[in-house]
Design a protein. Structure first.
Length: 455
């Protein structure tokens, strides 16, 4: 898998490396500053103690000049310059390189008996100045600040090297961490691409962070759902192909017989009626497939309008009455007056035709079929009930799923193409209603359609 400039691996690595660099720089600068400040403070304290000790030695020496020379030799070994100021203001030695760091005001202050402690710039460098009054004038110690804290530079370099090593280790850890964090997502992305390419058997190990495990679980669930959907579609296509083949075979067989003139003239009319019935059946199945396709693509076209429910359903009842009574089924329409519906009349008629055709196909002679219209506080209620074989409790949740009841009852009941109830639900939902399957008080199946109240 290619890692582009915006890959999670690269972003995690760069973020971790950036944090490490910023932390190292900040720590290094802060450490250097603190070490330098501490070294300067210690150098000042050391020089101050040396000045105090030198002044004491000069004051306690029997020969002050001799004691001063001994002090100067000792300080020279420490790279500390020492000058003495006589009571007359003469500076010894006059040629001291750091002599210029002692100002006239310093000399006057020392000869007046006051200590001097300061840092003075001299020729581009800072000089530490510590002066103490003595019995024969004053003692002034001078030291370049760089000489005083020279060892600190080595310490800072060692700290810098240690930080560089730590930065390298941090970069390696960031590389390992970024790979570890990105790997579950990379594997999940590969699985998603495989699923998109049609591999429904791919699965992702739920490892890594909580979010990565949740994503892997979601991908696995999606793959399982797609696999089930593909299997359902294959079964549906096989079922529809079989149902389409039946009328086509009938039409084709009779057409060949007519073309070969093997059908007697007196049977021609009956054959024509059979061919026409099968052609109409085929047309209904094709229309059902088209409606189902439009429903899934969100392209159902509706013309919603306000209608009188009792008038619309009364017409439907009159149309279906002869068919039910002709099949020996008792037919009853219970229609409450004053119920207003906001529906597409043609599509509601299609819904009712689908439900009533199912009832007529399944209800045996001597049983009952009912079309009912009522109203409650929430809206209009339309029911299609019968006293036929009905539905089991397990059938109710899947009654409107495409082809499920068709596959479940093929061979034991007369079934259609398995599309009718799925299309019925699509049209009802498109018109803003709800539909559910249940058990009728007559003993068979009940299909209840609810539409919201019309204000």
């Amino acid at each position: 898998m290619n890692r582009g400039p915006h890959s999670l691996f690269r972003q995690i690595f760069l973020a971790a490396a950036l944090i490490a660099v910023v932390t190292a720089l900040f720590s290094g600068l802060l450490t250097a500053r603190l070490v330098r400040a501490d070294a300067q403070s210690r150098a000042r304290q050391t020089l101050s103690k040396l000045a105090d000790a030198g002044a004491i030695e000069i004051n306690q020496s029997v020969n002050a000049d001799r004691g001063g020379r001994r002090t100067l030799r000792t300080l020279d070994a420490l790279r500390v310059e020492a000058v003495q100021i006589s009571p007359a203001g003469a500076v010894t030695p006059a040629s001291a390189p750091l002599r210029g760091a002692v100002s006239a005001s310093d000399e006057r202050r020392l000869l007046a008996g006051h200590d001097v402690s300061s840092t003075r710039p001299l020729k581009g460098t800072d000089v530490l100045v510590e002066g103490r009054p003595t019995a024969n004038g004053a003692l002034v110690l001078l030291q370049r600040q760089q000489d005083a804290i020279g060892a600190t530079t080595a310490v800072i370099w060692r700290v810098a090297i240690a930080l560089l090593v730590a930065l390298t280790v941090a970069a390696l850890l960031a590389l390992v961490l970024s790979r570890r964090l990105a790997r579950p997502l990379r594997l999940t992305a590969q699985a998603a691409h495989a699923i998109a390419d049609g591999d429904r058997d791919v699965r992702v190990d739920a490892t890594g962070s909580t979010e990565a495990r949740e994503l892997a679980t979601a991908i696995n669930s999606m793959a399982a759902s797609l696999a089930a959907s593909d299997a359902s579609q294959r079964e549906f296509l096989l079922s529809v192909s079989h149902d389409l083949r039946t009328p086509l075979t009938t039409i084709s067989g009779y057409a060949e017989s007519l073309a070969d003139q093997v059908i007697p003239p007196q049977e021609t009319a009956a054959v024509g009626e059979t061919v026409l019935a099968e052609a109409r059946r085929l047309t209904r199945m094709v229309n059902d497939l088209l409606d189902l396709g439009r429903a899934h693509s969100g392209q159902l076209r509706l013309d919603l309008t306000l209608v009188h429910g009792s008038a619309l359903l009364s017409t439907t009842a009159d149309v279906w009455r002869p068919q039910f009574e002709g099949a020996g089924v008792q037919w009853e329409a219970v229609l409450a007056p004053g119920v207003t519906l906001r529906v597409d009349p043609a599509r509601l008629q299609q819904v009712l035709d689908g439900l009533l055709s199912n009832a007529l196909r399944l209800v045996p002679a001597g049983e009952r079929g009912v079309l009912a219209l009522s109203q409650d506080a929430y809206g209009a209620i339309i029911e299609v009930r019968d006293s036929g074989p009905g539905l089991t409790h397990d059938d109710l949740p899947v009654a409107f799923d495409r082809g499920v009841l068709h596959d479940r009852y093929r061979g034991s009941r007369e079934v259609g193409a398995g599309l009718g109830l799925a299309i019925v639900r699509q049209w009802v939902v498109a018109m803003g209603g709800q539909i559910e399957a249940g058990h009728a008080p007559e003993g068979g199946a009940r299909f209840t359609i609810r539409f919201p109240a019309v204000s």
